[in-house]
Design a protein around this ligand. Sequence first.
Ligand SMILES: [Fe+2]
Length: 216
Amino acid sequence: MSIVTLRRREMLIGASAAFIAPQLVLSAGAQSNLIVTPGQTEGPFYPVSFPADMDADLVRVQGQQAQALGQITHIAGRVLNKRGEAVRGAQVEIWQCDANGIYNHPRQPGLQRRDAAFQGYGRTEVAADGRYGFRTIRPVAYPGRTPHIHFKVHAPGAGRLTTQLYIAGEHQNATDGVLRGIRDAKARESVIVRLDPANDIEAGSLKGMFDIVLDL
Ligand SMILES: [Fe+2]
C-alpha cells in the first residue's frame, strides 16, 4: 500500500472508509485508468410522475411506518470524469422494482401487488468530492431481466448518462440481453457490483460500491 493510499485512508472517517475502492484511491494520485461507464437503455419504467418522497432512502417512505420488503442495501460511489476528478453538482437518480419485481409505473402489470413501503425512485446530488449514496433494497430479478438498478446521472452543462447496475454472482447475468449488449468486457464488468455484508452500517444489510465515470 502506498503512502498516498495510507494517507488517504487516514483522512477517511467511520463507515465511509469501507466504501473506498482501490480505483478511487488511485484517482487521488497522478494516474488514472478509469473505464467510462457505458450507457444503457432507460427501459420502460422511468417514473411518469415522481413520488412525494424522493430522497436517497428508498427503504422508508415519508409518513409510513412500514419498511420496504427486501434486503437493505447501501449503494455508494463517486461521479467522476475520466481523470478521476469529482463531477461537482452532478445529480444521481435511481429507480428499481420492489421485492416482488413490481415497478411503480402505470405500465407495470400487476401494479396492485406493489410494495407501497418501497419508494422505488430516489435522487441525490453528489457531495463536493463527487460522492453519492443510496439506501435501497437488493434488486431482484423479474421476467426477462437479471437483478439491476437503473441510474441516470446529470452533469451540469454536460448532459446525462443513463445506465444500469448489476450484482456480481447473479446467474442470470450471463443471459441478460441488456447486460450482454455491452460488448466491451471491461465496460461490462464496470457495471457489475459486488455486494458484501454491511453489518458495520446496519445489521443484516449489504453494501456495494459503484463509481460512475462520465465521458468528460
Ligand atoms: Fe428494469
